[in-house]
Design a protein around this ligand. Sequence first.
Ligand code: G3P
Length: 217
Amino acid sequence: MKFFIDTANLDQIKEAQDLGILDGVTTNPSLMAKEGITGTNNILKHYVDICNIVDGDVSAEVISTDFDGMVREGEALADLHDQIVIKLPMIKDGVKACKYFSSKGIKTNVTLVFSPGQALLAAKAGATYVSPFIGRLDDVSTDGLNLIGEIRHIYDNYAFETQILAASIRHTMHIIDCAKLGADVMTGPLSSILGLLKHPLTDIGLEKFLADYNKGN
Ligand code: G3P
């Protein structure tokens, strides 16, 4: 399972990278705004800064909603750095743009996916990644994890190569459950990743090992 961090915060990206378990980064316009990164030039520079910290794929989202605009923007984003993945919304022109980029060998991430049908279309269009938003489904009393299972089933039926990127992860248990269901990638906040470390028996056990070692010193 690949681990992506879902943030535009450079300190958090560095912390996850330093841990040695980071495979990539996802961002979106809201995450950029949260870090105070606004204006096209600043946003483009920020993508390059992120690429210079991590080794893996970095999703950069287009804001156009028409095919020509998405292609124009996506090509400019792809030119920024070879780690950039073009993030496209799951709308009709987004599917067309996904097909356009995948035919050219440019990586894509189809985002804002909330149903198995949308995920099927993304795979048909050759998406590298599909991003089902599990937390936002949970927010509206719909089981987000169930969607991960449905997409896994459909993709396995036809050996689609599109990777399921479980997004809108909110906490550590989401990561565990997505791993059980066979999501290829998860993207979540640093807190959800660091939560995987924690177990009180680890802390108690380590404390005792150190205390016992120190008895002889
Ligand atoms: O990866 C998608 C993510 O940024 C959305 O997360 O918590 O705003 O639903 P959230």
